[in-house]
Design a protein around this ligand. Sequence first.
Ligand code: M6R
Length: 613
Amino acid sequence: MCGIVATIGLGPAIPVLLDGLRRLEYRGYDSAGLAVVDGGQLTLHRQVGRVRELARQVPGTLPGHVGIAHTRWATHGKVTQANAHPHVDADRRIAVVHNGIIENMGVLKARLQASGVVFRSETDSEILVHLISRYYAGEDGVPAGDPLAAVRAALRVVRGTWGIAVLFADEPDMIIAARNGSPLVVGLGDGQTYLASDPHALIAYTRRVVFLEDGDVARIDARGVQTFQLDGGLVDSVIETMDEVWGDEDSGDYPHLMLKEIYEQPEALERCLSGRIVPAGGTAKLGGLDMAPKDLAKLSRVGLLGCGTAFHACQVGVQLIEQLARVPAKAEIASEFRHRNPLVDPDALFFALSQSGETADTLGAVREIQVKGGTVMGIVNVVGSSIARSCGRGVYIHSGPEMAVASTKAFSNMISALAVFTLMLARQRTLSAYDGRLYVEQLLAVPDLVRRYLENPGPIDTLVEWVKDAGLVLFLGRGLSAPVAAEGALKLMEVAYVPCIAYPSGEMKHGPIALLETGSPVIVIAPRDELRDKTLSNLQECKARGARVAIIHTEGDDIAQHADLSIAVPETSPFFSPLLTVLPLQLLAYRTGLALGCDIDRPRNLAKSVTVE
Ligand code: M6R
């Protein structure tokens, strides 16, 4: 996580740094800081809290045409000013901002302390600035006074992941940057060059960018960038143009980004489906996959990987793929998959699902598949993100900017992209044109059903009263509703800090039922599908233990009479029910967070993009 921004050139640095930090704040908002060099002096400002707190502290007129800045999500060390970046060396001549983790921190810190270095923070990142300072002074035969050589030497002794920007008071005409596992992109302007961990931080300044690759070390000046391998020569810098550019984070007429994004779902779904459905043939096409029908026909299995909400979308996807296309499919949490030395079948197709396209564990899973000779494609929202670029092929879900930390419209669009893929695959296998056309008709109707539900969402506020002070909320669902239950629990935990657990309904009696007491709130997701009656039995079991049960069900279904509270969603094909049943759960999380006075768009301890493992 964490965001880096830096600039060098003709214009003043401070406005660019503060503006860039504001755009990157979704990556972490524990603290923020910046350093600029002017007249041979390095000035440092750091502040706990949001970028606006830092902006209040920094004089707008602070001179300097070169600077680096950082917004932090704490990994090593508490949320304090001392732990905020940039970190500086003992003489305040060098400043470093760092994203990532230095894994051999213990041994390096002990070695530096033994040689007299005094650490002023608890962070792993501070190690970098002291190492660079030593090599800059000529230690170990590194040419003294050579910034590039000093950074390279330091990076040779650390182990872990990094995206860094380094500023030298004695070298105000350059910034040194390096990447290994933490993305960095250089923006090329007119007499001004920029660096950021996300291209969207640069949109106000330029669309011409150079993405650094793992192992790159770059020398950035006002004219542009020269990139080197850590242990090798010059690398060709490929200049790309950012086409799809998202604007500023703005909640428009809505009080919060999360609410805006929930209400954007109908249009987002339409964008995801647009141009991909072939109604006459009852099939679909996904150009980004670049797969011939014969490739689809010979797939042995499909693997879906993601984290958090994206993983829940994977769990929906595997059920669609197995039930409709009759191809074995498996969903797996990316952080587990990447470290378990998985078997990768060369005839399998893997998808990495990610809104941001930057999630470190999902990216790690992509690399693991690639190392083992497998095929992996992205199902990603952010165009040009690391996962999209690493996969090379895939499907953009076209949710539009999702800036609230709680993912909502990306969940729906991931499912909808998987529904389109399922249709393509199923038509290569078992699904008839007739059934394909029926599927298409129902899928295309979903955005309007979502719209209709959102106009009249039912008694959400009553449910808020049930859950807002609850010690525990239990979410239950079967089949396609089991991942929806998990998603509902995740949303309520992250936005309103209410303890929740989610279980497949049938599993409840094997343990979690012990938690139920008189009045315990239970939320059951039971749309009209072939599992409805079995879920109803589980609902009765909860009631028999005195629980208060709310049910999310299909409009007109008399299952409602068995619950203490009912919320109806419009009827759709059971295959697409998650796109409807998740909506009340998103609203429940939002309104509970509101009732409890939580910071809805920036929940505590979280970040939008989880770029550390
Ligand atoms: O950007 P990604 O989709 O890869 O993010 C994965 C998770 O970090 C994300 O879904 C997270 O769980 C959300 N905060 C959930 O609302």
